[in-house]
Design a protein around this ligand. Structure first.
Ligand code: HEM
Length: 198
């Protein structure tokens, strides 16, 4: 696949940026028109969670896609997709904290004791924080080799995100199984690369 010219890359990035905003636009529209269904909070949590994991897997698939399709420009989209993953995860966290915990830490403690998979999701988000905060050019330059080392955190974060989803399955295992297979394939592809980095 051809490498994009700077102009094409700029346009393609703008398109990807807008596409990634569409789920948010839909969620806001559905909330404003009161069409989130019978359980709006559940719908908000599930929609933001679904987009978080979809974007997470897509971000992790960029590197193998670059190798398979010899698409030199692919890596130029990874940072934006990674930041959108963090954005939708943070929105998911904000909705849970507001509508389930009601910003009440006693209530949060009870919920976490009853549903430990929420804590696993929170751990995934915590691991994503340093990645999000160091995703700017200045941090990349300042951290040099340590930037790549720090980004190894993405693997436990992805596994925790998957565990968070798989743990709460009550009826259909389809999504959890699909993400599980995709994640195993992605990790398998990365294994050798990771060994070189360490
Ligand atoms: C990378 C991080 C995360 C991802 C990818 C993610 C993804 C998801 C997904 C896809 C669902 C819907 C699962 C289903 O019904 O099939 C979900 C539900 C949920 N998530 Fe997360 N999540 C993440 C982090 C968090 C965090 C940080 C919290 C809060 C501390 C959280 C709390 C919840 C809760 C309360 C539910 C609803 C569970 C229920 O309906 O009983 N998640 N998450």
């Amino acid at each position: 696949m051809a490498t994009l010219t700077p102009k094409q890359l700029y346009a393609a990035k703008a398109v990807v940026f807008i596409i990634c905003l569409l789920p948010l636009a839909y969620i806001i529209y559905a909330a404003l028109t009161q069409s989130l269904g019978t359980d709006p909070v559940k719908s908000l949590i599930h929609q933001t969670g679904d987009w978080a994991i979809r974007l997470f897997v897509l971000t992790m698939a960029i590197s193998p896609m670059r190798a398979w399709f010899a698409w030199g420009s692919a890596l130029r989209f990874r940072r934006m997709l990674g930041l959108y993953t963090w954005f939708y995860t943070s929105l998911h966290l904000l909705i849970v904290t507001t509508y389930i915990f009601a910003w009440d830490w006693q209530l949060a403690k009870i919920e976490l004791a009853e549903r430990p998979y929420i804590f696993v999701g929170f751990a995934a988000w915590v691991l994503m924080v340093p990645l999000g905060l160091t995703s700017n050019n200045r941090a990349v330059r300042a951290l040099r080799k340590n930037w790549a080392r720090l980004h190894i955190l993405v693997y436990p974060a992805l596994l925790l995100a998957w565990l968070h989803i798989a743990w709460q399955v009550r009826s259909s295992y389809f999504d959890a199984a699909l993400y599980g297979v995709l994640i195993i394939c992605l990790l398998f592809q990365r294994f050798q690369k990771l060994q070189k980095r360490l």
